[in-house]
Design a protein around this ligand. Structure first.
Ligand SMILES: Cc1ncc(COP(=O)(O)O)c(C=O)c1O
Ligand SMILES: N[C@@H](CCOP(=O)(O)O)C(=O)O
Length: 462
């Protein structure tokens, strides 16, 4: 199994090298050269299996010879052992033909744990074998950072630096990042928004002296292994509702496009997915793009669903790569145009995208109203991101194809927004009950590449 860059100019890599490299050296994102297929029989055979076994069968073909089967099974088992639900990703029925996929039963209460817990295991195994140490730098709007810090805290072969936008994550998210005591993890509060954090991270990858000097690695969804681990729950949930004999659709609260792109990969592998519906908050660049208005950056407006306050949606590049017939040159050109504000999407590419994706946008008022309506109607207390998913999904129910909406975070991560909408303040699980008493450790950093690089180098040296 080989991985190629969306910009066509970087070396072709194995799974292990793609995982440990993060961003491709031409600035693109790695994708599999070909997508492994699962037959209807392979998919039918997943019914009733434990989540870990489904994970093994779905991911195995992508991993090549990086791990033996026994090793890979062991790493998957270890990754999900700390989840708080036997099903790992349980489905709950919301109404006629509408289901909620609860992805918040991992250690940091968001869907990021599905990939990050596994990546922690995969990195550790690969680095130990190679006798290497890496520096992970991540950009977060709240959930990737907390999941990464949880997964990598105290591990031998990594130092972890997480850039988050100062003042723009929820207090629970911030405390999840700033309270772990392990000396190898560092929360950096950047003066800027998430797009600034992600842009500086990509700048670091594109500065080869720095990149090679600190052995930079990434655990954002620029890392293919992140997307891969998220493919699994599309299979487990679709099979639970009758796939491959019955089609399903998914609605996905979307920001950086990694989660919904994992759904696209599941579909490309043969899972019968009818539509993949992108649900955005008021930062609606993806909804505008999929509605034919081109991909043009606006200003990021803080919202009550802060994890989706994103304008430059990293994985949309992977979607464009396929929509443009895997033409790396065309993608590189679009990404160049994005630097000066945006680009229009060709008619052919729009047609390809529309065959797969639909979209909807939800305002702040509608988000609050949906949180309240869901509690009243179905008894589900939703986080704002999941509420956005449910709202958009309801507009896309067709009466025939079951719709699965991804519940991407636990409401207790966003207690202020949930309480404002419902009057109910969701409590943290007992293992986190003292989160507000734990001492915090963070550093304020400027939105400046050289200063960030100096900061990180200083910490590693010290
Ligand atoms: C709670 C939550 N929902 C939805 C999203 C959007 O997911 P993605 O960036 O993969 O589109 C995020 C951030 O990634 C998130 O943290
Ligand atoms: N919403 C994310 C933003 C980063 O996305 P990623 O999937 O690329 O890691 C977050 O919570 O940090």
């Amino acid at each position: 199994m080989h991985y190629v860059s969306t910009r066509g100019q970087a070396p072709v890599l194995t799974f292990e090298d793609a995982m440990l490299s993060g961003l491709a050296r031409d600035g693109g994102l790695y994708v599999p050269e070909t997508i492994p297929q699962m037959s209807a029989e392979d998919i039918a055979a997943l019914a009733g299996l434990p989540y870990e076994e489904i994970a093994f069968r779905v991911m195995r073909p992508f991993v090549g010879d990086t791990f033996t089967d026994a090793e890979f099974r062991g790493l998957i088992d270890a990754a999900y052992a700390g989840f708080n639900h036997d099903a790992r990703a349980p489905l709950v029925q919301l109404g006629q033909g509408h289901f909620l996929l609860e992805l918040f039963h991992g250690p940091t209460l968001a869907f990021k744990d599905f990939a990050m817990q596994l990546i922690g295991q995969l990195f550790q195994a690969a680095l130990k074998r190679r006798g290497e140490r890496v520096t992970i730098v991540g950009a977060t709007s709240g959930d990737t950072g907390s999941a990464a810090i949880e997964a990598f805290a105290g591990l031998d072969n990594v130092d972890v630096f997480i850039l988050y936008p100062h003042g723009r994550v929820s207090e629970v998210q911030r405390r999840q990042m700033t309270t772990p005591a392990a000396s190898n993890v560092h929360a950096l509060a950047l003066d800027g928004d998430f797009d600034d954090c992600q842009a500086r991270l990509k700048d670091m990858f594109n500065d080869f002296d720095f990149r090679d000097g600190v052995k930079l690695a990434g655990v954002n969804s620029i890392n293919w292994a992140r997307v891969l681990a998220q493919v699994v729950y599309y299979f487990s949930s679709a099979v639970a509702l009758g796939a491959p004999h019955r089609k399903v659709s998914f609605t996905v609260p979307t920001g950086n496009f990694g989660d919904i792109f994992a759904g696209y990969i599941a579909r490309s592998m043969g899972l019968p997915i009818d539509r993949l519906v992108v649900a955005t908050n008021q930062n609606d660049i993806l909804h505008r793009a999929l509605s034919g208005q081109g991909y043009h950056k606006g200003e990021t407006i803080p919202s009550i669903s802060p994890s989706m306050d994103i304008q430059v949606s990293s994985n949309f590049e992977r979607a464009l790569f396929d929509a443009y017939g895997r033409d790396g040159k065309a993608v590189a050109q679009l990404m160049e145009e994005l630097k000066s504000g945006g680009f229009d999407i060709s008619q052919g590419a729009m047609q390809a995208l529309r065959e797969i994706y639909a979209s909807g946008r939800v305002s702040e008022e509608e988000t609050s109203a949906q949180i309240a309506a869901s509690l009243k109607g179905t008894g589900e207390l939703l986080c704002p991101h999941s509420a956005i998913g449910v709202k958009v999904a309801e507009a896309h129910l067709d009466g025939a194809t079951p719709m699965i909406t991804l519940a991407t975070a636990h409401p207790a991560k966003f207690p202020d927004a949930v309480e404002a909408a419902t009057g109910v303040r969701p409590p943290l699980p007992s293992r986190m009950a003292d989160l507000y008493e734990r001492p915090e450790r963070l550093e304020r950093v400027p939105n400046d590449l050289a200063a960030l690089q100096a900061h990180i180098k200083g910490k590693i040296a010290g």
